[in-house]
Design a protein around this ligand. Structure first.
Ligand code: ADP
Length: 458
């Protein structure tokens, strides 16, 4: 066991159970240790040898590899918190982090859920109702259907009004699933059937809504933080436009497309949206920004995000610590945070970028993690680690920080070239090629960028 460090704040939790796995579980454990809070890791049998299990003060096995029987199993998680006397649960991202029922059951069992209340999750986790809440708060949204669509006919009518192309989206969607772009009316029925089938299988909810498809947009999101006393601040933006099939691969802060005026307008809109629901905790308001720098609310994430480190690096702020403090009832300073320097994150996934990013689980035989000035790696893997096939394929996040975007890219290239992962294929060769792309270096890209990227250079 490692030694505990400082004395806790009087309001602070004594022990936090982390209802997650992988790098984010380890990320939370690290901050808890710095805050003098004890930790409980939970793990499926597939994750017995994972680092989060080794670094926590205690660890509880919660079931077999399938997520439904382990990381998504609410009664088992609550039982694990009860046996270990944990007074709070940190849900990380994914899994139960935006599950209103889990948040409610934690509350009912006297365990603080370090995340949004059931009511906030219900209002924001469901994309169609989140849009309605934002409209009421005066935040611009993409034109589209008024709530959920009841039929294909109704969808076609809305599409004719807002004009093609349109995008059909699952209200429970996430990770780019349950979404279809429709260019003309004769594609509607097929898109409707396939998106609903996909959403029903992935989320158990086939509710659909329709939006105008914003052409060549950037995905820019605002990090916000609210406390229990009604203060909300923003912590600047992240640009997440480098996506493949609507899934983020590279994120950076600040956005190369940002201006002081746009940041002020987007920050104010994000704060208005969060304040309208009395938002408590850290959260992200995602926007699409078009070429005229008009922006539209897309969705709110009521949890910590994968890409949070780029924000931490440009504002020198530990977001997990802030999340824990806010949950414990400690007020935030209330001021907004503007970026100093530039940070970028590359998602290192066990996928083969030369074969359509096919997942490539397996055993990591050799591992060398880059280091040096301005380089941060958040990962749960080590040499000899067996990547289980049951979960997502992200094995590490490589983050670089420098004074300027140009230096940040140079540093990223240097760090990527030092990163050695043997035994499995990874996205490292793709990131190296991206860092050489003239358009990327010039900050000249939209969410469509990778559709025309020349993967033969990878
Ligand atoms: P998910 O929750 O599945 O990530 P989002 O609503 O965040 O879904 O959308 C993911 C991505 O899909 C966005 O970053 C953007 O690239 C694209 N997208 C979503 N809505 C639109 C839209 N109305 N117009 C253009 N692109 C969109």
């Amino acid at each position: 066991m490692l030694a505990s460090l400082p004395l806790p704040h009087p309001l602070m939790f004594n022990k936090i159970l982390i209802a997650n796995r992988g790098e984010i579980a380890l990320r939370v454990i690290r901050t808890c240790r710095e805050m003098g809070i004890k930790t409980v890791a939970v793990y499926s049998t597939a994750d017995k040898e994972s680092l989060h299990v080794r670094f926590a003060d205690e660890a509880v096995c919660i079931g077999p590899p399938p997520s439904r029987q382990s990381y998504l199993n609410i009664p088992t998680l609550i039982a694990a918190a009860e046996i270990t006397n944990a007074d709070a649960i940190h849900p990380g991202y994914g899994f139960l982090s935006e599950n209103a029922e889990f948040s409610r059951i934690c509350q009912e069992n006297g365990i603080k859920f370090i995340g949004a209340s059931p009511d906030m999750i219900n209002r924001m986790g469901d994309k169609a109702s989140a849009k309605a809440t934002m409209i009421a708060a005066g935040v611009p949204v993409v034109p589209g259907s008024d709530g959920l669509l009841q039929s294909v006919e109704q969808g076609k009518k809305v599409a004719a009004k807002i004009k093609y192309p349109v995008i059909l989206k699952a209200t429970a969607g996430g990770g780019g699933r349950g979404m279809r772009i429709i260019n003309a009316e004769d594609e509607f029925q097929h898109a409707w059937d396939s998106a609903r089938t996909e959403a029903a299988a992935a989320f158990g909810n086939d509710g659909m809504y329709l939006e105008k498809y914003v052409e060549e947009p950037r995905h820019i999101e605002i990090q916000i933080c609210g406390d229990q006393y009604g203060h909300v601040c923003h912590l600047s933006e992240r640009d997440c436009s480098i996506q493949r099939r609507h899934q983020k691969l590279v994120e950076e802060a600040p956005s190369p497309f940002m201006t002081d005026d746009l940041r002020e307008r987007m920050g104010a809109a994000a704060i208005a949206g969060a304040a309208a629901i009395g938002y408590e905790g850290v959260g992200t308001i995602e926007f699409l920004v078009d070429k005229n720098r008009d922006f539209y609310f897309m969705e709110m994430n009521t949890r910590i995000q994968v890409e949070h480190p780029v924000t931490e690096e440009i504002i020198n702020y530990d977001l997990i610590k802030e999340q824990i403090k806010v949950a414990a009832g400690i007020p935030i300073s209330g001021r907004n945070y503007l970026p100093t320097g530039h940070a970028m994150e590359c998602r290192i996934n066990a996928e083969d970028p030369r074969a359509g990013f096919r997942p490539a689980p397996g055993r990591i035989t050799t591992l060398h993690i880059p280091g040096g000035h301005g380089v941060r790696v958040d990962t749960h893997v080590y040499a000899g680690y067996q990547i289980p096939p049951n979960y997502d394929s992200m094995i590490a996040k490589l983050i670089t920080v420098a004074q300027t975007r140009e230096e940040c890219i140079v540093k990223m290239k240097r760090a990527l070239s030092e990163f050695v992962v043997e035994g499995v294929k990874t996205t490292i060769p793709f990131h190296l090629a991206l860092m050489d792309s003239e358009d990327f270096k010039a900050g000249n890209f939209t969410t469509k960028f990778l559709e025309s990227f020349d993967f033969s250079v990878v």
